[in-house]
Design a protein around this ligand. Structure first.
Ligand code: SAM
Length: 237
């Protein structure tokens, strides 16, 4: 997705990035210049599924890479007593999320903040971390640091929920994609235990029907007995 590629391929959609990931500056530019493709104005359907399944019943919750806040707001509305921290690297996104939270009347229950989650994040007090469309943006070099931040934000027994662009999505453009084994091994290497991975969709303004994705739930050890019970009952792929 370089300027060099765009100038030698006028009018064409750039190929998805490989191990170099999405350059970090792209997020700052996108929020400043235009409407990002992932800002659909509503929560991700996979987040609504996770709400229905009760995956966010226990707080506090950390929304990592919250963007303009639609997911955190939907969770706050569904769980009126849940405390939520929502962070993104881009101040403009966090400002928009804060304004949306105020408009939705949940501003007292979601704290918004700016952080580069490749480097730093909150302390290990969260029962749940939501990553909606974030893990797949990172380069090979940055991915372990980000996953360490996710792991370290969770208290023992806490759950991380990821929605990750899949290699099954073959339409041009968009972010980096991850295969099933790649998702499992990256999360496992961070010390989190995956209890379910299933095909899902990540809605964007550019992928009709949503981009093919993985919906994953993983736990920081020890896995709570009710979750272990759950995963024995539900299909894990
Ligand atoms: C595809 S968007 C998803 C936004 C939101 N989770 C949603 O589903 O609407 C990826 C988000 O990750 C954020 N992001 C990228 N790198 C980050 C980093 N190092 N630290 C924190 N946020 C980051 C971007 O600014 C962007 O808002």
């Amino acid at each position: 997705m370089t300027d060099e590629w765009a100038s030698s391929n006028p009018g064409r959609v750039p190929p998805p990035p490989g191990p170099e990931g999405v350059p970090h500056e792209v997020f700052h530019e996108v929020y400043r210049r235009s409407r990002a493709l992932w800002v659909t104005g509503r929560p991700q359907p996979a987040v609504l599924t996770a709400i229905e399944r009760g995956w966010f019943h226990e707080g506090p919750l950390f929304d990592a890479g919250c963007g303009t806040g639609e997911n955190a707001i939907a969770i706050a509305q569904a769980h009126p007593t849940l405390e939520i921290l929502a962070m993104d690297a881009v101040p403009e996104a966090v400002e928009a999320a804060t304004a949306a939270g105020r408009e939705a009347g949940v501003e007292g229950r979601i704290r918004f903040g700016v952080a580069d989650l490749r480097i730093e994040g909150p302390a290990a007090e969260y029962a749940c971390v939501l990553d909606a469309g974030v893990l797949h943006v990172f380069s090979d070099a940055d991915r372990p640091g980000y996953l360490r931040v996710v792991h370290d934000a969770l208290r023992p027994g806490g759950a991380a929920i990821f929605i990750v662009f899949s290699t099954e999505e073959i339409r041009p453009g968009g972010p980096r994609r991850m295969g099933r084994e790649e998702v499992l091994s990256a999360i496992d290497a961070a010390g989190l235990r995956v209890d379910s991975i299933e095909e899902s969709r990540y809605e964007t303004l550019g992928h009709e029907g949503g981009a093919r994705s993985w919906l994953v739930r993983a736990f920081r050890s020890p896995i709570p007995p009710d979750a272990a019970e759950d995963s024995r009952r539900s299909p894990s792929d």
